[in-house]
Design a protein around this ligand. Structure first.
Ligand SMILES: C[S@@+](CC[C@H](N)C(=O)[O-])C[C@H]1O[C@@H](n2cnc3c(N)ncnc32)[C@H](O)[C@@H]1O
Length: 239
């Protein structure tokens, strides 16, 4: 990169980061989160998604993947305590980044792609089956779709595999996805494993973000068979 190109790209980047900061501090969900003492505006996405489908149940076991800085776990713990004070259930949260302690939330620090981290999560669950798997995991964005999208899909695949193994029958998986390459196949696969799959874009999700949430309800005891591929037999040779 020439010095002039580098200077131009730094100027563009600083303009876009200035725009981001301006947008961030005038964002009503950021203001609301600050006023309500929530760790992130992302909590309002979860609130909308959970309340619409009444996903909370007494004594439920929830796994929150990609939990830092903790807005989802924090909101969830408060909501479960308010609804079921005698039996608020259990929340196990995990992130590759450190997360300050939250009362009533067990936290595991590690990279979900690593076998040792998955084993630690499985160890923490013991023999308990999970009622709700949440994944708000997203890789650090490089800004290049060809890099970010496969990384995102990889995390989503791992979360689906985890839900296959640890979610109880009839349980729910709520997962963030980016619309792009691999999205349709992923949703098709979810539809094989769950009774109902809806794609949601909560109000607090920024309009220009490619993120949407797949809500997969009613895990099936066995996946549905894939739709048979249509074969196109060659027409017999003519006379
Ligand atoms: C959008 S943030 C989650 C925000 C969170 N739901 C909240 O309400 O505060 C996405 C998170 O995914 C985490 N993440 C990304 N890759 C991960 C990985 N391989 N293992 C675990 N966490 C990961 C990031 O560190 C980041 O904290």
């Amino acid at each position: 990169m020439t010095t002039r190109t580098a200077r131009r790209s730094m100027a563009t980047r600083s303009k876009s980061s200035q725009r981001w900061l301006k947008e961030h501090f005038s964002d009503p969900y950021v203001k609301k989160a600050q006023a309500e003492g929530l760790r992130s505006r992302a909590a309002y996405k979860l609130e909308e998604l959970v309340e619409r489908d009444r996903l909370l149940k007494p004594g439920m076991v929830v796994v929150d993947l990609g939990a830092a800085p903790g807005g989802w776990s924090q909101w969830l713990r408060q909501a479960l305590l308010a609804l079921y004070p005698a039996n608020p259930g259990r929340i196990v949260a995990l992130d590759i980044l450190e997360m300050p302690t939250l009362a009533g939330v067990e936290f595991l620090h590690g990279d979900f792609r690593e076998d040792a981290v998955l084993s630690a999560l499985e160890g923490a669950l013991g023999s308990q089956q999970v009622d709700l798997v949440l994944s708000d995991m997203a890789p650090n964005k490089s800004g290049m779709d060809a890099v970010d999208q496969p990384r995102m899909m990889h995390l989503a695949e791992l979360a689906m595999e985890f839900a296959d193994r640890h979610l109880r029958i009839d349980g729910t998986l709520l997962i963030k996805l980016f619309q792009g390459v691999g999205f349709d196949d992923y949703v098709r696969e979810l539809r094989r494993h769950y009774a109902k799959v809806a794609i949601r874009k909560p109000d607090a999700s920024r309009k220009r973000s490619p993120e949407v949430y797949a809500l997969a309800l009613g895990k099936l005891s066995a996946p549905k068979l894939s739709a048979p591929k249509l074969s196109h037999p060659k027409s017999p040779a003519g006379p």
